[in-house]
Design a protein around this ligand. Structure first.
Ligand SMILES: [Zn+2]
Ligand SMILES: [Zn+2]
Length: 238
């Protein structure tokens, strides 16, 4: 059994729902959220990875296309699982249906990943990508903040949920091209002017790495304020 599957099967004490979010089959026994055949489809993110951003799309010198073309502002990014259909369904439920127990399960998988691979040398503060205030009011909570809180709590790292402020309401990223995403997120964040950034090491948590534009923009803001290391962890990666 992979670590991931073990972490997954640990969440047996959860009572809902009775049908698989992914395929709709009735859940039996210890199954929670997704049936065992769907949970078997949750796969760890690839092992052959870019040493900066963690992509499996690695070229010469172990640097991927993203890092060649975009100039990553973070020092290291890692993602825990592949963004396949089952991961998509779980993250969708996490975002839109306030399923805090799914957040617990995904946070546990991330915690296990960090414990086993120790990707970050020293973390002073965990931060999350903000939802714009209006969006936050309508959705009720920020899933990235929830994940960040759980992970920070486990490792006794400091968590600052409001370090980043979203300056502008950005159009939803999902409908945009890669170029449009970069423009969309440029200047979308501001950093709390009173926060201690200089020479501190940060870990930014987000749910999905799609083009990397969002976490890269956030990392850039921290680097502008002379952060030392900026690390990124996303639960899933496309
Ligand atoms: Zn299923
Ligand atoms: Zn890379």
């Amino acid at each position: 059994m992979t670590l991931l599957k073990k972490a997954f099967s640990k969440t047996v004490d959860v009572l809902f729902p009775k049908i698989c979010y992914s395929c709709g089959e009735r859940l039996i026994g210890n199954e929670s959220f997704v049936c065992s055949s769907c949970s078997a489809k949750i796969e760890p993110y690839y092992e052959s990875i870019c040493r900066v951003c963690g992509s499996f799309d690695v070229q010469a010198k172990a640097i991927c296309r993203f890092c060649n073309e975009n100039r990553a502002h973070f020092d290291k990014c890692r993602s825990v699982i592949q963004y396949n259909e089952v991961a998509r369904v779980l993250i969708h439920e996490l975002k839109y249906n306030e399923k805090t127990k799914i957040a617990d399960m995904l946070a546990n998988i991330a915690i296990e990943y960090i414990e086993n691979t120790k990707p970050y040398r020293s973390v002073d503060c965990v931060v999350n990508i903000p939802l714009h205030a209006v969006k936050r009011r309508s959705r009720g909570y920020n899933q990235a903040e929830f994940l960040a809180a759980r992970i920070a709590d486990h490792f006794a790292w400091k968590h600052n949920p409001s370090l980043f402020k979203k300056a502008l309401p950005t159009a939803s990223q999902t409908s945009l091209s890669s170029e449009e995403r970069k423009t969309n997120v440029a200047n979308a964040f501001s950093v709390d002017s009173k926060a201690n950034i200089k020479d501190h090491n940060f870990l930014i948590i987000d749910d999905v790495f799609t083009t990397g534009a969002t976490v890269n923009a956030a990392s850039g803001e921290l680097k502008k304020r002379n952060a030392d290391k900026v690390y990124v962890l996303t639960i899933a990666r496309a």
